[in-house]
Design a protein around this ligand. Structure first.
Ligand code: NAD
Length: 352
């Protein structure tokens, strides 16, 4: 396994490999950048086929957090951790207690939160051994409602730019509609008068939600074919890929899911087809904005709301530059994020 030579290494400051025989913990903690403050990003537990796959995942996610955090202009850096899920039965409490002890080795340079495969109870177990955690149930708690509000603003901007109107009567297809973020987003969209098409693999919850908001249910595998104006993916990553893209009749994509583009060149493919793309990490930053309240009481509800409004302006700036230069929004967004990191590294003030 190569680390410094890894395609996704991209100037990570630190990568810590942790193995704890007693609990079976095998984890990788990646600190991409601390130039703006401690690296913050969730811990994911997944059944990786190899430690190489786990390394690739954590390095990509960690840089992604640097981009997300600096685009929201937060005084934190970017990092992420992954735990290789042990095969068979294991003691979950012991595993996360060991993860908590592992966090101490980084002395607060990395602060972890929840991500896919990790529950509030897991973080509580880790918190018995470390203080380097954010988003605990005893703190700011579930970030999903705030994430959904930021994504809602992103959908509003997408409608204004791609359709020249507000959300009243706009047809919107939501994937993962009953999820933590999806359900809050659906209610915001319904309140704004959108005409909703909802998909989720949780059929019982979907029926209840669709009845509540008066939406049309779509089978999970048909969501890409819906004749809707906007697609809001709120379930899986990589849903914009060579197999799905030619099915889209949407004019815009704006949703909560991380890593929506299977590969960066999908951004150019969307642009070719005249589909506006709101970069995922720009509009789904509400959750990370919300956990800032765990770091400093000044980051209160008013501050959070101001930051959410700021996401609209950032998305607007990205789309303006994309229109002016004829280049994909994801490319512009990555460029701005890299430039801001570069400015911060060289001691300059990050561009607004
Ligand atoms: P979640 O697990 O609560 O919701 C995901 C939903 O998608 C579930 O209802 C699930 O049944 C559904 N789903 C799974 N596979 C599906 C499929 N094939 N078709 C349709 N629906 C399917 O997760 P969440 O916390 O709501 O997060 C949703 C997405 O947003 C994830 O990609 C996550 O990384 C991203 N995100 C979440 C937050 C947050 O604050 N929770 C913040 C930033 C980004």
């Amino acid at each position: 396994m190569s680390v410094f030579e890894h395609a996704a290494f991209r100037n990570h400051e630190k990568v810590l490999f942790v193995s704890d025989e007693a609990s079976g913990l095998k984890a990788i903690l990646a600190v991409h950048s601390t130039v703006r403050g401690p690296a913050v990003g969730g811990c994911r537990m997944w059944s990786y086929d190899s430690s190489n796959d786990a390394l690739t995942d954590v390095l990509r996610l960690s840089q992604g957090m640097s981009f997300k955090n600096i685009m929201a202009d937060l005084p934190i850096g970017g990092g992420k951790s992954v735990i290789m899920r042990p095969a068979g039965d294991f003691d979950r409490v012991a595993l996360f207690e060991a993860f908590g002890r592992a966090l101490n080795a980084l002395n607060g340079e990395y602060l972890s939160a929840e991500d896919v495969g990790v529950s509030p109870a897991d973080l509580d177990a880790a918190s018995r051994h470390t203080q380097h955690l954010v988003g605990l149930s005893s703190g700011t708690g579930d970030p999903s409602p705030i994430t959904a509000r930021g994504v809602f603003f992103g959908v509003q901007v997408a409608a204004e730019r791609a359709l020249g109107q507000n959300l009243k009567g706009v047809k919107i297809a939501v994937q993962g509609a009953t999820g933590h973020v999806g359900a809050y987003l659906v209610r915001h969209l319904a309140e704004a008068g959108a005409d909703l098409f909802l998909a989720d693999i949780n059929e019982a919850a979907l029926k209840t939600l669709a009845d509540e908001v008066g939406a049309t249910i779509v089978p999970a595998d048909e969501i890409y074919d819906v004749e809707a104006d906007i697609f809001a993916p709120c379930a899986l990553g990589s849903i914009v890929n060579p197999d799905t893209i030619d099915r889209f009749k949407f004019k815009a994509i704006a949703g909560a899911a991380n890593n929506q583009l299977a590969t960066p060149d999908m951004g150019a493919e969307l642009q070719k087809r005249g589909i506006l793309y709101a970069p995922d990490y720009v509009i789904n930053a509400g959750g990370i904005i919300n956990v800032m309240g765990d770091l400093d009481p000044r980051f209160d509800a008013n501050w959070v709301e101001g930051k959410l409004q700021g996401l609209k302006a950032t998305l607007g700036e990205i789309l303006d530059r994309s229109d002016a230069g004829g280049r994909p929004a994801n490319v512009i967004s990555d460029e701005i994020a890299r430039q801001r990191l570069e400015d911060a590294r060289s001691g300059g003030k990050a561009a607004a």
